[in-house]
Design a protein around this ligand. Sequence first.
Ligand code: ZN
Length: 331
Amino acid sequence: MVGADRTEPDLHLPHHTALPGLIEAHAHLFLEGGELDPARRATYLGLHETELLARAQTRLPRLLRLGILAVRDAGDRNGVGLALQRRDLSTSRGEMPYLDSPGAALHHQGRYGSFMGEPIEALGTIKQAVAAAHALGRETMIHCSGHDGVQNCIAARVDTIEHGFFIDRDQLARLRDLDIAWVPTFAPVHFQWEQGKALGWSEPVRANLRRILDDHAARLRDAAELGVRVFAGSDAGSHGVPHGYGFFTELELMEAAGLPTLQTLRSATGASAGRLGLREDQGRLRIGARSRFLLTEAPVLEGVRHLRQPVTVVFDHAEFSGRDLASKPGL
Ligand SMILES: [Zn+2]
């Protein structure tokens, strides 16, 4: 029932918490993060794009059931993300979260990223690419790490900095002043540290990974103190970061780094809702908003780990519950 004359709510659920749908700000839907074997990962990358698309499609109903109701895809060169986004926009979309994808990513000639896009040198500079995107009313996300990389992103006025390992406190203050958001993506590096032995890393390498993660955690605390916009994004699809569950891991790592639980939840909902350039309103509960939310009996405000417990999902009036489809294989 809707209308100004209503006096009673539809439901009384005193033991439930209602949460906005979770927004995953950084995932590579064309990749399978749960595949740990490097040789099989390489083979996977060589699959035909129709097969990559079919496999990516199977992840979407599962993400929905886990409560991840919006995904910002981080791009691929085969057009998988864009094809999924077209399905999202079609009337026969099926069971899937809201999706936004940039298409192919750009990378520096001869540097990391060739598996998901084209070299930027063929087009111009980062500054020109960002200006062109802004002229079209679009936002830009840049994968970068290291002091100079972050500095280049700040100079180019990108919208979100992805990863940002080795960012310093002064740079975080610049991010705040320019309203550039930061997506710290702890999960892929944490996996390399946690499974370091099995992956064949030496003890000095593992110790270095641990130090990098500890510094990253300290910068997250700085960001919270300075008032930088922080969005939760797991880099799902990368080695050891499955879609869905990897996002929960990311939230747990952000919380463990010292971000209060409520702020961690906000980084996955309202904080990114207004700033990811999404076509539809996501991640907020308010009158007039789309009916996209979660109901849970778990004490999620006491710790983000409780997000792993079953939730009831409402997505545009349809209801989904149960985790049967959300089992690990294929994520
Ligand atoms: Zn990524």
